[in-house]
Design a binder for this molecule. Structure first.
Ligand code: FES
Length: 98
């Protein structure tokens, strides 16, 4: 899944600087892309009126996954290690191309 880097800059919260590791069951998930959800790493509707939308993810089989929770990965929704560059900025707004 590639992130669209050509879009406008949008304010994204750095939710946390560690991914959420999970043994995920097959199914449909909505990954929070705005960093505002209280049910992170999943969407709770808090993106309303931000212009940022959650990313729909379908897992065909069970898998151990690492959901990005800093919201700045280049491989959404999966952690790519970018969070290491954001240590100490948890809870801050940072602009991101969506
Ligand atoms: S938690 Fe976002 S890149 Fe690792």
């Amino acid at each position: 899944m590639a992130k669209h880097k050509e879009g406008p800059l949008r304010p994204v919260f750095i939710r946390d600087t560690a991914p959420v590791e999970m043994d995920a069951a097959p199914g449909k998930y909505f990954w929070c892309a705005c960093g505002r959800s209280r049910k992170a790493p999943f969407c709770d509707g808090s993106h309303h009126k931000t212009g940022i939308r959650p990313l729909r993810v379908v897992l065909e089989e069970s898998a151990r996954v690492w959901w990005c929770n800093c919201k700045h990965t280049s491989t959404p929704p999966w952690c790519d290690g970018t969070h290491h560059q954001l240590k100490g900025k948890e809870g801050q707004l940072a602009e991101e191309r969506i």
